[in-house]
Design a protein around this ligand. Structure first.
Ligand code: C2O
Ligand code: CU
Length: 567
């Protein structure tokens, strides 16, 4: 045996040794390939081409354990640029792979690809991924399932099996055309034609009886349902006929179990639900209906799937349908939401910031932008708009992360106001002069390590509505909500600092307020916006930039080599 060969055997042994070390290291690495392309789908007797991942709608699920890492190669074979966001994944120090178009990256152009490095940390439960370019998320989304670390278990009895249920929205027309037209005219975009559960509208929608999603259950067994609201513009009620559900997690964090006959879930949110098949063996409808409490058009249809018990019996001709709250029943919505508390156990502790070093107060409004000669398609011939602190966000063409990293001027302004520019009775009668926001691309700069409190104040400007506000790069504690105007003396007395839920998307109540807290320990550029897509398109967005700390470990990672270019 020559020296050369001996050397390579040693090298091989060395590799095996390193491999073994890697295998025994704290986390596992997963690889996924997403091919984005147009695919034909038929729903509601309508066939159309949709932009989807790997020919599926919803797209493929990502499965990891807490603290793992996933590399997702996204290859765009479509007709226009797109990006993917890992909703609720904090991506410590790695905004480069967060995804929002023109915020942390420029789009992956047709024919190009980009590999996202998705870094999991404290998340455990269910999250999801979706496109983050215009309205492409309607058809490009899927689940992220995060199991407990090896050697640890759920904080509830091991379920017999698990299923993902994704609430989505079907449009007979082309979604890109729909939002492009609305943006052009300034009008409210058309509403969807149906909701769907795992891509199927189900009963009572015409033409779809034969294609309902069905879930089969063994009598007596308990299932974990991972529910994701990927709907574009409506909050949803959800229930299963004759069955109670026990909600055990929200947004990738455990909560104290809540047993309930219905759920309210906003776009962006996820909920983990235990379901025990404890009723007579039969078929039962699983259904979702909109919760919509505003003066605007919405999709008023219902969607359903079927829960099928295994065994021998005669299936009913019309299975029981769940009784869900009325579309505008905000008390029903709030009664459910207000029950949610963090698990706050020794294995899953809460760590709510108590001494706030940075408070930001943000009004959340729907607005109008004046059009000359009433030439636009929105109310009063104006353009529909929306704002945070009266600034309607205008998306740049070079991403803000790159501009921040390279010190490029004229991409964004770092002066997003820390409080509302005008103070008035936000939730009272509002006169028309308050309708018009200013337009800008502004970011709020926060020092690393600050204990941040954000007060979201809903307003009655143009029309009051619930707003599911979402922040990238963090989860936050929802310490309080209320109706009317937030008050710096009385409101804090109602805060829950003991076991508030840790979430990434919170509903700011219609004509009310919500307060969240978090530690700004993740350096980077992080988008914050309403998860109702029309509001986000209208400018209900801003960017939070958390500066680097003093050490390497508290600073942003370097950019990946193959970031998409902007022009
Ligand atoms: Cu679910 Cu900015 O996103
Ligand atoms: Cu909104």
């Amino acid at each position: 045996m020559g020296v050369h060969k001996m050397g390579s055997i040693l090298a091989l042994l060395g590799f095996l040794f390193i491999d073994a070390l890697l295998l025994s290291s704290a986390y596992n690495v997963h690889h996924y390939s997403f091919i984005l392309r147009e695919t034909n789908f038929t729903r509601l007797c309508t066939t159309k081409s949709m932009f989807t991942v790997n020919h599926t709608w919803p797209g493929p699920a990502i499965h990891v354990r807490k603290g793992d890492k996933a590399f997702v190669n996204v290859h765009n074979n479509g007709d226009y640029g797109v990006t993917i966001h890992w909703h609720g994944v904090k991506q410590p120090r790695n905004p480069w792979s967060d995804g929002p178009e023109n915020i942390t990256q420029c789009p992956i152009k047709p024919g190009k690809n980009f590999t996202y490095e998705v870094i999991f940390s404290t998340e455990e439960g269910t999250l999801w991924w979706h496109a983050h370019s215009d309205w492409s998320r309607a058809t490009i989304h899927g689940a992220i399932v995060i199991l407990p670390e090896l050697g640890t278990t759920y904080p509830f009895p091991e379920p017999y099996a698990e299923h993902v249920l994704i609430l989505g929205e079907w449009y007979n027309g082309d979604v890109k055309q729909l939002i492009d037209e609305a943006t052009e005219t300034g009008a409210d975009p058309d509403v969807s034609d149906a909701f769907a559960i795992n891509g199927q509208p189900g009963f009572p929608n015409n033409c779809s009886n034969d294609t309902s999603y069905s879930l089969s259950v063994v009598p007596g067994k308990t299932y974990l349902l991972r529910l994701i609201n990927a709907v574009m513009n409506e909050e949803m009620f959800f229930g299963i006929a004759k069955h109670n559900m026990t909600v055990v997690a929200q947004d990738g964090a455990y909560i104290k179990p809540i047993t309930t006959s219905y759920i309210m879930i906003t776009p962006g949110q996820t909920m983990d639900i235990l379901l025990t098949a404890n009723q007579a063996a039969s078929y039962y409808y699983i259904a979702a209906t909109p919760f919509f409490d505003a003066e605007a058009a919405y999709d008023s249809t219902n969607t359903s799937a079927i829960l099928k018990y295994t065994g021998t019996y005669t299936p009913p001709t019309s299975p029981a349908y769940p009784t869900l709250p009325n579309v505008s029943d905000k008390d029903a919505a709030n009664n459910f939401i207000n029950r949610i508390r963090a698990l706050a156990s020794s294995d899953h502790p809460v760590d709510v910031p108590k001494n706030i070093t940075k408070q930001i107060i943000i009004t959340v409004s729907v607005n109008e932008i004046l059009c000359a000669n009433a030439s636009c398609g929105g109310p009063n011939g104006n353009r529909l708009a929306a704002s945070l602190n009266n600034i309607s966000f205008s998306s740049p063409t070079t991403d803000i992360l790159q501009a921040y990293y390279k010190n490029l001027l004229d991409v964004f302004e770092p002066d997003f106001p820390g409080k509302p520019p005008h103070v008035f009775n936000f939730t009272g009668e509002v006169d028309d002069s308050k309708l018009y926001p200013s337009v800008g691309t502004k970011a709020k700069i926060i020092k690393w390590g600050e204990s941040v409190e954000i007060v979201f104040q809903g307003t009655n400007v143009l029309t009051a509505e619930n707003h599911p506000m979402h922040l990238h790069g963090f989860s936050f504690y929802l310490v309080g909500t209320g109706y009317g105007n937030w008050d710096n003396v009385t409101s804090p007395k109602t805060y829950n600092l003991v076991d508030p839920r840790e979430v990434n998307t919170i509903g700011v109540p219609k004509n009310g307020w919500a307060v969240v807290r978090f530690v700004a320990d993740n350096p980077g550029v992080w988008y914050m916006h309403c998860h109702l897509e029309r509001h986000s398109s209208w400018g209900m967005d801003t960017v939070i930039i958390v500066l680097n700390g003093n050490t390497n470990d508290t600073s942003m990672l370097p950019p990946p080599a193959n970031l998409p270019t902007c022009s």
